[in-house]
Design a protein around this ligand. Structure first.
Ligand SMILES: [Zn+2]
Length: 220
């Protein structure tokens, strides 16, 4: 049975890492809206021209345009998926529900990664990457002298991770995405996961949560 899962959580909660692991374990397609939008930009054309100015200032693409882009991706991935970054708003969730319903399908469950805001801020402040080889991680992984553990060059903080950018995205999350989370909670389809634990512990919790969602689905 094709499993349709959505992964929700604030910025820097680890959705990318957990989403990829989950998709691999369950043999599902993995969608990162960030990666998909970068692909759209690379491919060029009218849609790329439309989203480029928004992305250039770190903003969010409009619901209608995002849904158009997603529709194309969903049509190419009909054997189940994990969505990371979509639905980001209630309007996007409505679109997803209708798109699946037209095919006699539905979302099987939503996972919500939960991390206290203070810890997210700390993660943002400690994020670094290597301009030379592309390595990325946390400051405590660097070698002495702020050196990249992979190539030894000097690492730098990530530009797009400025605190201001995070604060803006966190407010957007509270205003637009938390209502999506509440919607799945009200439907009894939400599995909250404490994502402040180390990555492997969180993975284990995600695995258990998905197994629970699967067995709930069989009972329903
Ligand atoms: Zn490096």
């Amino acid at each position: 049975m094709a499993l349709h899962l959505i992964l929700l959580g604030p910025p820097a909660s680890g959705k990318g890492t957990q989403g990829r692991r989950l998709a691999e374990r369950e043999e599902l397609a993995y969608l990162s809206t960030g990666a998909l939008l970068r692909e759209v930009l690379r491919n060029g054309g009218p849609v790329a021209d439309e989203v480029r100015p928004t992305l250039a200032v770190g903003g969010y693409v409009s619901d209608s345009l995002m849904c158009d882009i997603l529709e194309d991706w969903l049509a190419r991935h009909e054997d189940g998926w994990v969505l990371d970054g979509f639905p980001r708003t209630v309007a996007q969730d409505d679109f997803l529900k209708h798109w699946l319903a037209a095919k006699g399908q539905a979302v099987d469950g939503a996972l919500a990664l939960e991390v206290p805001k203070a810890e997210l801020v700390q993660r943002i402040e400690e994020r670094v990457e290597c301009p030379s080889c592309g390595w990325s991680g946390q400051t405590n992984q660097l070698k002495e002298g702020f050196q990249c553990p992979s190539c030894g060059e000097k690492a730098a903080r990530r530009d797009d991770d400025s605190l201001e950018n995070f604060m803006h995205r966190f407010e957007e999350y509270k205003e637009h995405t938390v209502p999506v989370i509440e919607r799945y909670r009200a439907l009894g389809m939400l599995a909250p996961v404490d994502a402040s634990e180390p990555i492997d512990v969180v993975s284990k919790c995600v695995e258990q949560a998905v197994n629970q969602l699967k067995s709930d689905g069989q009972k329903a």
